[in-house]
Design a binder for this molecule. Structure first.
Ligand code: XMP
Length: 489
């Protein structure tokens, strides 16, 4: 795509400066309008929404739900490498056609141990191996096999498990449909995958297969596991962190620092690319065309755009650095649109902002505060004793609270000193408790489909194709009066 000069109309403009001129509609039903978009050249999402890598937005529950709903969650890096990788591994294991490394206990373990093991790992079926580490299947013990009373707790699992000779199993390469048929005909819930030597290669459960079949739009990798992203920085132990996250199954790394158009980012991307040449890298944040070009030339697969528009951000207030978000998105598109994906990050307050971001240049949109306050976001619900209104905490990652918490376990004294010496550019706020993020994503999906329909198109992709070359043809710049008429209620 040819590089475009930025029309001066964009300068100083953001979401509330525009309305989209309705076009003649072409769809009879909005419900099935596709919203597919490219996160990077290699990774597509059925819902172009990504949850922020912030400690009050994306932990394991959020990442899991985002992927199940067709988006993506990015697990934040304000925690130890071990915790971040373990959270990511949990998401990758949570739903998959094949559980590649099912949990096992060796023969000889007691029923008491098996009960605690099943509870700790939240699993209903334990594969029993012949001896510790053999990975040779001896049988399967399900929760139903474990006696209710504790009288049998000191007996061994062999007494209660179904032994291999009575189990239905399949080969390691069995197709999902064949596995489903075997489980259906045998009236069984789980199918161990073993080779000729009875070596364990995986486990397929009916629940997982059914669950994924009911969600064709979920974001999945080629093995049928949920997609998950994780954030890394550009200094300190970032390469070690990246290595651990990739081993835990990360599908893409978000190289995320406040000022992405910098020497620090260059150092980070060059080292990450050197060590992990094929891993999709989403890099940010930048707010200018030059910043987007910088990322593209360094080999980023997507650039994350947004300096200071977020609800937890104080960067603009404290430093005057920033570019109005829709201008920044358009600048990025004029510079690298069609070369690498663009992710708009921050500043979305209403669902219409998402459509405007997508119609003006973004391929995907990252949301922080809009997804906070939900059951899936980390943190507890706080109830005001006087009003009984419920809230959750949302905070910028450079807020004093988030910085202190991320340093809690750190033994790197220099990093702690450096972080404490940097004045905050983020803040903590309370947001209303909003129930499940599934409902919020349902609403966003519906509003995006409506927006596409008003734009006279039958898919988000065709709406973007029609608009991106010259969005100003479709946009109306608002006066103060028309902005009040449109957005004040
Ligand atoms: P929203 O508006 O969706 O923004 O809540 C989320 C984005 O805000 C960014 N972020 C920060 N920016 N100081 C900042 O200037 C911070 O402490 C901070 N923490 C998060 C981040 O890009 C996120 O996705």
């Amino acid at each position: 795509m040819d590089k475009q000069a930025l029309d001066p109309v964009w300068i100083g403009k953001t979401f509330d400066d525009f309305l989209f001129r309705p076009q003649r509609g072409v769809t009879t039903t909005r419900a099935s309008i596709p919203l597919r978009a490219q996160l990077t050249g290699a990774l597509a999402l059925e819902l172009p929404i990504v949850s922020s890598n912030m400690d009050s937005v994306t932990g394991g529950d959020m990442a899991q739900t985002m992927a199940l709903e067709g988006g993506l969650g990015v697990i934040h890096r304000g925690q130890s490498i071990e915790r971040q990788s373990e959270t990511l591994a949990r998401v990758k294991r949570s739903h998959s056609a094949v559980i590649e490394q099912p949990r096992t206990l060796p023969a000889g373990s007691t029923i008491g141990e098996a009960r605690a093991f099943a509870r700790r790992h939240k699993i209903n079926g334990i594969l029993i191996e012949t001896r510790p580490g053999s990975a040779i299947l001896a049988g399967v013990l399900t929760r139903r096999d474990i006696p209710w009373d504790r009288v049998h707790d000191s007996e061994t699992v062999e007494t209660f498990m179904t032994p291999l000779a009575q189990l239905k199993t399949a080969g390691p390469q069995v197709a999902t449909e064949e596995a489903e048929r075997i489980m259906f005909e045998g009236r069984i819930e789980r199918l161990p995958l073993i080779d000729d030597q009875h070596r364990i290669h995986g486990l397929i459960t009916r629940k997982d297969v059914r669950f994924l079949r009911e969600r064709p739009f979920a974001s999945k990798d080629i093995k049928g596991r949920l997609l998950a992203g994780a954030a890394v920085g550009c200094a300190g132990d970032f390469l070690e962190r990246a290595q651990a996250l990739l081993e835990a199954g990360a599908d893409c790394l978000f190289v995320d620092i406040a000022h992405g158009h910098s020497q620090v980012m260059q150092h980070g991307i060059e080292h990450l690319r050197g060590q992990f040449p094929d891993v999709p890298l989403v890099c940010g944040n930048v707010a200018t065309g030059a910043g987007a070009r910088f990322m593209c030339d360094l080999g980023a697969d997507a650039v994350k755009v947004g300096v200071g528009p977020g609800r937890g951000c104080r960067t603009r207030l404290e430093t005057a650095a920033g570019v109005p978000q829709l201008q920044a998105i358009r600048e990025a598109w004029c510079e690298v649109g069609g070369e690498i994906s663009i992710m708009a990050d921050g500043g979305v307050r209403h669902d219409k902002d998402i459509f405007l971001a997508l119609a003006c240049g973004a391929d995907t949109v990252m949301l922080g505060s809009a997804l906070s306050g939900t059951d899936e976001a980390p943190g507890r619900v706080i109830e005001d004793p006087a009003t009984h209104s419920k809230k959750k905490i949302y905070r910028g990652m450079t807020s004093p609270e988030a910085v202190m918490e991320s340093l809690y376990d750190s033994e790197d004294i220099e990093a702690v000193d450096a972080a404490l010496a940097t004045p905050p550019e983020g803040q903590e706020i309370q947001v209303p408790y909003r129930g499940s993020v599934v409902d919020i994503l349902h609403r966003i999906r519906g509003h995006l489909r409506s927006a596409v329909s008003y734009a006279g198109c039958d898919s988000l992709e065709s709406a973007r194709e029609a608009t991106l070359p010259d969005p100003l043809q479709h946009l109306i710049v608002l006066s103060d009066a028309s902005r009040r008429e449109s957005y004040e209620r």
